[in-house]
Write a protein that binds this ligand. Structure first.
Ligand code: AMP
Ligand code: ZN
Length: 468
């Protein structure tokens, strides 16, 4: 399996640190609003990377954080006159609903930055002890960028060019030793959330969060670190500097970055009025269509979002879903059970689509070519299976189609498959579990329903549910 590594700017053979295991960290969203369709891209593509690795037999430990302390969250909390924790927990819940509807598997763990402050204080202290960081009078702690000799190795930037860029920027009243130094810890401002620290009451810089969460939950050396390409610099460059200076080890072996999503060939932005949340898109389309659309391009290419392209994705997905439905129908109504000699040949003839699918995915997760293989399998099945075919052939080809779609995270069964009575029964079981203070089971039931596209809402009048 070859993966493109931003560090080396080449496709490299994937070799995990430990055989059969993959330790993967994906930078998650800052939770101050509903996620937008740009945020959905890394979620979908790296979930697909994970699914493919699992298909290949790796045990994947997949950690993805929520940044739940940040200027934007604080600003929103002030606007609404609520505590910033209320904002972050609200949008974490909403984000999880969108993820479920896009069939993005929950991470092995979703750590929250605010729960990891202790680890951050520790890492910052180590960096100070090792001479890689320093505190100034007001309690701000900076990373001493030039001391980390390999700074720039990920973004392929040269320190002197960076310095030249900084000359224009007026450094105001700071006691920074160097314009390139970045913040690890900063003093609180009036009304902001803060934590005690040896330097001042304050809060962490953004970059230190990920270094600490990756170390705590995956270790000092990980296999894959991923995120959108805007994170290469400065976020990931700074993460490398912090982690490698602190731990004295190579932080991540492979760095994967997705290209950006544009709208009608322009950058998505609120001021241009071309900004969509995933929730808005879900009013028009099943989010499976959004997932299918995202995977129809290579993850490193820029991707243009438009109404026409979404319609094309919808039609394409329908063709696949219909083929799967048709195979189920033919299997149920087949007149014979086992395959004939001729059908064995047909079955064998479909091996090639799996081989091509794997070859595409082995080549840096080329989902666009992998989807083309799925379409070929659909065409192959449509033209070779009919009312005369055995149940076994329909079942096998249907299973094969299902297997390939599972890797892409594309659902072939209609979500409505769960009946109202079953939903009501699970809700009653969840209520009973809560009464018994068995919150693990209660959460599990919520998750089961979410995976079937059923969203629960706890209201004063009781639990309400709807199909997402
Ligand atoms: P943020 O909440 O801004 O930290 O973003 C969360 C994730 O979404 C990061 O991996 C970003 O790189 C990614 N991201 C943000 N905007 C876009 C976009 N327009 N296209 C693709 N990825 C994006
Ligand atoms: Zn990060």
């Amino acid at each position: 399996m070859k993966v493109y590594n931003t560090l080396s700017r080449t496709k490299e053979e994937f070799q995990p640190l430990e055989e059969g295991k993959v330790k993967m960290y994906v930078c998650g969203p800052t939770v101050y609003n509903f996620i937008h369709i740009g945020n959905a891209r890394p979620m979908i593509v790296f979930d697909t990377v994970r699914r493919y690795m699992e298909y290949k037999g790796y045990e994947v430990n997949f950690v993805s954080n929520f940044t739940d302390v940040d200027d934007k969250i604080i600003k929103k909390a002030v606007e609404e006159g609520v505590d910033s924790r209320e904002i972050s927990s609200r949008y974490i819940e909403e984000c999880k609903k969108d993820m479920a509807a896009m069939n993005v598997k929950p991470a092995t763990l979703h750590p929250l930055a605010t729960q990891e402050i202790g680890g951050m204080l520790e890492m910052i202290s180590t960096l100070i002890e090792k001479g890689f960081a320093y505190a100034v009078k007001d309690g701000t702690v900076y990373f001493r960028t030039r001391k980390f000799e390999e700074y720039g190795k990920l973004s392929h930037k040269n320190l002197d060019d960076l310095q030249a860029g900084h000359r224009e920027i007026k450094v105001t009243g700071e006691e920074k030793e160097d314009a390139l130094d970045f913040v690890l810890w900063k003093p609180k401002k009036e009304g902001e959330p803060y934590w005690e620290s040896p330097w001042c009451q304050g809060r962490p810089g953004w970059h230190i969060e990920c270094s600490v969460m990756a170390k705590k939950y995956l270790g000092e050396e990980i296999d894959i670190h991923a995120g959108g390409e805007d994170l290469i610099f400065p976020h990931h460059e700074n993460e490398i500097a912090q982690s490698e200076a602190c731990n004295g080890k190579i932080f991540s072996k492979y760095w994967l970055h997705n290209g950006f999503l544009n709208i009608d060939n322009r950058k998505m932005s609120k001021s241009l009025g071309n900004f969509f949340t995933v929730r808005e898109i879900s009013e028009t389309y099943d989010l499976q269509v959004l997932r299918f659309f995202m995977l129809s391009a290579h993850y490193r290419s820029p991707l243009n979002f438009s109404a026409d392209l979404m319609e094309a994705a919808k039609n394409g997905l329908e063709r696949i879903v219909n083929a799967a439905e048709n195979l189920r129908h033919l299997k149920k109504n087949a007149r014979s059970a086992s395959m004939t000699e001729e059908e064995r040949e047909i079955w064998k003839g479909s091996d090639v689509f799996v081989e091509k699918f794997e070859a595409a995915m082995d080549d840096d997760f080329n989902t666009a070519d992998a989807i083309a293989c799925v379409f070929e399998l659909v065409k192959y099945s449509n033209t070779r299976v009919n009312e005369e075919s055995s149940a076994e052939l329909s079942e096998r080809l249907g299973g094969r189609l299902q297997q390939l779609c599972d890797i892409l995270g594309i659902l072939l069964e209609q979500k409505e498959d769960i009946l109202d009575e079953e939903i009501e029964r699970l809700i009653a079981e969840r209520q009973a579990a809560r009464k018994d203070r068995n919150f693990a089971r209660a959460d599990e039931i919520r998750e089961i329903l979410l995976n079937k596209g059923i969203v629960l809402e706890d209201t004063r009048e009781g639990v309400k549910w709807k199909r997402a």
